[in-house]
Design a protein around this ligand. Structure first.
Ligand code: HEC
Length: 141
């Protein structure tokens, strides 16, 4: 082998090593960040306002506040009785209550899915607040 061949062989192996090291370090949370970035580029979601308990002024919001905030428009196409993706029907009180831990929105599947998870792109501030506060303040019918 000539030294030139050796050198290009070495460079080639080095590149493979770099690529594989990069892929190994990539966490799924990074991929989610990248997806959110694409969503932003596509204009499908503006950054959400950070929500806190103090924002929930209604002491006992009803289940209907979710639909009023926009879940019918944004979510029910894919989450209704006849077409319940992931078995979730957002028009059903029980189906929705099953996906929250009452009193703990940040520990709930529903809030996490829309706040930072795969349903983030369908969310907006109004839905975010309604789901957070409904979960926090009792998950009322
Ligand atoms: C275009 C269709 C579509 C829209 C619109 C949509 N979803 Fe989803 N949703 C899905 C699919 C597909 C899944 C299953 C894959 C996943 O979890 O990412 C899912 C999963 C979920 C889950 C997980 C349920 C479980 O038990 O695992 C929740 C919660 C959810 N969606 C909430 C919402 C909310 C709230 C909205 C509106 C802000 C919404 N989705 C809008 C298609 C959609």
């Amino acid at each position: 082998m000539t030294s030139l061949k050796k050198r290009s062989m070495f460079l080639f192996l080095f590149c493979i090593l770099l690529v594989s090291a990069y892929c190994k370090n990539e966490k799924s949370s990074d991929k989610e960040g990248i997806l959110q970035y694409y969503a932003l580029l596509l204009g499908s979601s503006a950054p959400l306002t950070n929500i806190t308990d103090a924002d929930c002024t209604d002491p006992a919001p009803a289940f209907a506040t979710l639909a009023q905030a926009g879940t019918t428009a944004s979510c029910s196409n894919c989450h209704n009785a006849g077409n319940a993706n992931a078995g979730f029907d957002i028009t059903s009180f029980n189906s929705t209550l099953n996906r929250v831990t009452v009193g703990n929105p940040r520990g709930s599947l529903l809030f996490n899915k829309i706040n930072s998870g795969s349903m983030r792109i369908y969310n907006n501030n109004s839905i975010n607040k309604a789901i957070y506060c409904w979960t926090l303040k009792g998950g009322n019918p």
